[in-house]
Each structure stands twice: as structure tokens, then as C-alpha cells.
Ligand binder design. Structure first.
Ligand code: SF4
Length: 166
């Protein structure tokens, strides 16, 4: 995408079909392409440039991000954690599955409640590495059909006996 669009202005001004083509490899391009352009327009309208302001508080940025098309709590938290290092722990489908099996997320808890609790329970410096490691663990070992015999957490996991052979 960088070679086709050297600047954010060019992304905004490009024909939607060109943006869709540029991000096709990432999946859901017909939905994401127009949203990327709409989000960039909103950021430029709000702040006069294609950047989130450094001076905004995490709460202000979180509210703004949630007002953007296609941005929900998980995506807003990803932006805050990855771009700002703010302790806002995002839970995706892999982390939810692994977290519920390990007991990090109590079963009746909603995802919003779980994310807010983990914001406080996980030390800020560990949130990004733990987020990435749990996703990797969910993709490779604790899959929908988990590979418990191969899992380094098998002796500590309350769910390890709940599954048959992988
Ligand atoms: S022991 Fe099994 S259920 Fe528990 S985290 Fe490991 S793979 Fe997942």
C-alpha cells in the first residue's frame, strides 16, 4: 500500500476500488477500504491532520475512536495499546477462548467487563507482550480443538482434562 499511496492524502483521494485492490490480501477489502477512507476523513476533520493528537487523554482518544465507522472496543483498545502503550487490554477471539479455558476470564463475564478488569489486573508493561503471546498460543496450541498434551500450561490449566485427544 505504501508504494501505491505515498501519503494519507492520496489514500483519501484515491478511487475506492484502488484502495480495495491495495489491501485485498488482508481480507474483507470491500468493507475495510471505504472505512479506511472514511476514518481518515474524520481524523482530518477533527484534528486538521492525519494523526491522533499527542495531547489527548486516553479517555478522549478512546471515545473518539469508538465514534469512527467500523471501530468497536477491541479495535479502539488495539490502537491505544499498540500506538500509545496505554494499558487497555484488547481481547480477540483467540484470547477469549484461551482466557476462558485458563480461568483468566470468568465464564459469565461479558467481554467488555473482562477487558476492563484485565486493564487493571495485568501490569501495564506486560499487556502488549501478553496480548501477542495469548494470540500465538490460541493459534498454535489452544485451538478450538486444543492440543493439551503439547501445552506448556497443561499442569496449571483448569480445563486441561476437559478435552479428548486432539
Ligand atoms: S492445557 Fe489445553 S485447554 Fe489449557 S491452555 Fe493448554 S491447550 Fe488450552
Amino acid at each position: 500500500m505504501k508504494a501505491a499511496f505515498p501519503s494519507w492524502v492520496e489514500v483519501v483521494d484515491a478511487p475506492p476500488a484502488m484502495v480495495i485492490q491495495a489491501i485485498r490480501v488482508g481480507g474483507l477489502a470491500p468493507t475495510k477500504g471505504p472505512r479506511i477512507q472514511a476514518v481518515l476523513r474524520r481524523i482530518e476533520e477533527a484534528f486538521g491532520r492525519f494523526e491522533l493528537p499527542e495531547s489527548s487523554t486516553p479517555e478522549e482518544l478512546f471515545s473518539f475512536l469508538l465514534s469512527l465507522p467500523g471501530v468497536g472496543p477491541k479495535t479502539a483498545r488495539i490502537v491505544l495499546l499498540f500506538a500509545r502503550g496505554e494499558p487497555r487490554f484488547p481481547i480477540d477471539r483467540h484470547i477469549e477462548r484461551v482466557g476462558r479455558r485458563l480461568g483468566l476470564i470468568a465464564s459469565p463475564t461479558s467481554l467488555t467487563q473482562a477487558m476492563e478488569r484485565l486493564d487493571h489486573d495485568i501490569p501495564a508493561s506486560l499487556q502488549l507482550p501478553l496480548h501477542l503471546l495469548l494470540i500465538e498460543h490460541g493459534r498454535r496450541i489452544c485451538r478450538p480443538r486444543p492440543r493439551c498434551p503439547e501445552c506448556p500450561l497443561v499442569d496449571r490449566c483448569p480445563s486441561s482434562g476437559a478435552f479428548g485427544p486432539p
